[in-house]
Design a protein around this ligand. Structure first.
Ligand code: ATR
Length: 261
């Protein structure tokens, strides 16, 4: 089995570590490489894939949309997100899907039964994928650009609010999907008034603990780092390629240890 993640740049990708561990733990013969490709090189990469060079791919920045014209079919999660993060083959056809949203929901299933209300911070591509996968419509979107929040809320039949009006004490689950916090200093939203026991998740994993998550745990919330979504999306991709459900606990441990180094 020949697998790879494609992106540009790609050197710091953690996916090879995760999937190589799962390949060997599952007793499968195979390799998972990180392949740096520019947009101009996508066409020849997909010719090579059709000729048998690759059995499956993960796709990351900046190619998640650019790969779509080279595929034969998109699964619904990719259509909803407008982006592909996983490509697999069925009877010679190249099929694109997106496991990010379902990967996060799958990871959070261990923490919540989704019977409470959910706040999603952000209205970009990541938020769209997550909204498509959430098993509840008891959801509110808050975003800097209010129009984007409203637009997305309409598309998914959920609510929208503003940073000025949002009351964090009203939510049982809060999912942070913006890029705010990657600098290790900023936070998209004050958690003043947060209830203890609220489940707070940030999809950022570099840094492993964002200022937002740190504030949440200081307030007594249950917190989930971006490693959960990273490992969740990887697990669903691995299953598509191999038919094997990988061990997510060992995956989480490995990725957390690499990020703590
Ligand atoms: P992605 O595909 O990773 O979600 P995106 O589509 O560019 O990326 O969306 C980025 C998200 O982060 C958006 O919700 C964006 O808010 P806007 O819609 O107002 O742009 C949010 N974001 C980025 N920088 C931000 C900042 N400094 N403060 C608040 N929100 C920010």
């Amino acid at each position: 089995m020949r697998l790879a993640v494609i992106g540009h740049p790609i050197a710091h990708s953690l996916s090879p570590h995760l999937h190589e561990q799962w390949l060997s733990a599952s007793g499968l013969f195979g390799r998972y490489e990180a392949v740096d490709v520019t947009t101009d090189e996508l066409e020849s990469l997909f010719e090579a894939m059709r000729a048998g060079k690759w059995d499956g791919l993960n796709v990351t920045i900046p190619h998640k949309e650019a790969v779509i014209p080279f595929l034969d079919e998109l699964e619904e999660p990719a259509t909803i997100a407008g982006a592909v993060n996983t490509i697999y083959k069925r009877e010679g056809r190249l099929i694109g899907t997106n496991t990010d949203g379902a990967g996060l929901v799958h990871a959070l299933n261990a923490w919540t039964d989704w019977s409470g209300s959910v706040l999603v911070i952000g209205a970009g591509g990541a938020a769209r994928g997550i909204l498509g996968a959430l098993p509840t419509r008891n959801v509110t979107i808050v975003n800097r650009t209010v129009e984007r929040a409203r637009h997305l809320a309409e598309a998914f039949a959920v609510h929208a609010t503003t940073f000025e009006a949002v009351d964090v004490s009203r939510y049982d689950v809060i999912i942070q999907t913006t890029s705010v916090g990657m600098d290790g200093e900023s936070s998209p939203l004050s958690l003043e008034g947060l209830r203890q026991n609220t489940l707070v998740c940030d999809i950022i994993y570099r840094p492993l603990v964002t200022p937002f998550l740190r504030e949440a745990s200081l307030k007594g919330a249950r917190t989930v780092t971006g490693v959960a979504m990273f490992v969740g999306q990887g697990a669903l991709a691995f299953e598509k390629w191999t038919g094997v459900k990988p061990d997510e606990t060992i995956g989480m441990k490995l990725i957390e240890s690499l990020l703590e180094e």
